[in-house]
Ligand binder design. Structure first.
Ligand SMILES: *Cc1c(COP(=O)(O)O)cnc(C)c1O
Length: 222
């Protein structure tokens, strides 16, 4: 086990107070999460619904669980009763299913819309144009059991720092545009989820409010 405590301390000491750290614990054992929890970490990110449900059941109830990965509509029901934020919503169909399951659980579930800014074609998310078209439609406004709190993205997996920065800037510009167009009177639209172990310092410079850091805290995943 790498020194989770030291790594967490290093990261939290260097991030501004307006940025929150999501400790990405996917594939990591529960005792690693407990170590981070004992250091005061309360927000954890997972990307598989059943793994998340099981960890939720075993670990302290004041943990804020974020779902960060691609979510299939048929898995929403497993996490709807307790999830604090769903980061990667990339279709109206998924948002409608989250709304439906949230209503069943008598909750309002905060969500982020995932946009695709990276060059890799395999990544999920809406293009800038698709994102504009999504917000232009009125359907999302009719959903009473979800609330859209911002945008999420992943940059390209590259060493090219200026490219990564450029992609985060595209995301941040789009965030500002969507905010001023649709959420000008709504303080809740405020989250920019970008930045992972290798690029979170750049992400913070480019407006991130939620960084999702896994391997830098917990070490390599199996
Ligand atoms: C796994 C994952 C992360 C964390 O990646 P690290 O490189 O380990 O920090 C962040 N965001 C998403 C969407 C992920 O799937």
């Amino acid at each position: 086990m790498q020194n989770i405590k030291e790594q967490l301390k290093d990261i939290t000491a260097t991030i501004p107070t307006n940025v929150r750290l999501v400790a990405v614990s996917k594939y990591q054992p529960e005792n690693y999460i407990s170590v981070a929890y004992e250091c005061g970490q309360r927000i954890f990110g997972e990307s598989h619904a059943l793994e998340l449900k099981s960890k939720y059941e075993h670990l302290p109830k004041d943990i804020e669980w974020h779902f960060i990965g691609h979510l299939q509509t048929n898995k929403v029901k497993y996490i709807a009763p307790f999830v604090s934020l769903i980061h990667a919503v990339d279709s109206l169909r998924l948002l409608q299913e989250i709304d439906k399951q949230a209503a069943k659980a008598k909750r309002i579930i905060p969500c982020l819309i995932q946009i695709h800014v990276a060059q890799e074609e395999t990544k999920f998310g809406l293009s800038v144009e698709e994102c504009r078209a999504f917000f232009e439609r009125k359907e999302w406004r009719d959903l009473k059991n979800i609330t859209i709190k911002g945008l999420m993205c992943m940059a390209s997996n590259t060493d090219n720092e200026s490219q990564i920065r450029h992609e985060f800037q595209i995301a941040h510009n789009l965030f500002n545009e969507i905010k001023s167009t649709y959420f000008s009177n709504n303080y809740n639209f405020k989250e920019c989820s970008w930045g992972m172990s290798d690029d979170y310092p750049i992400a913070i410079e480019e407006g991130s409010t939620l960084i999702r850091v896994g391997s830098k805290i917990f070490g390599k995943r199996d």
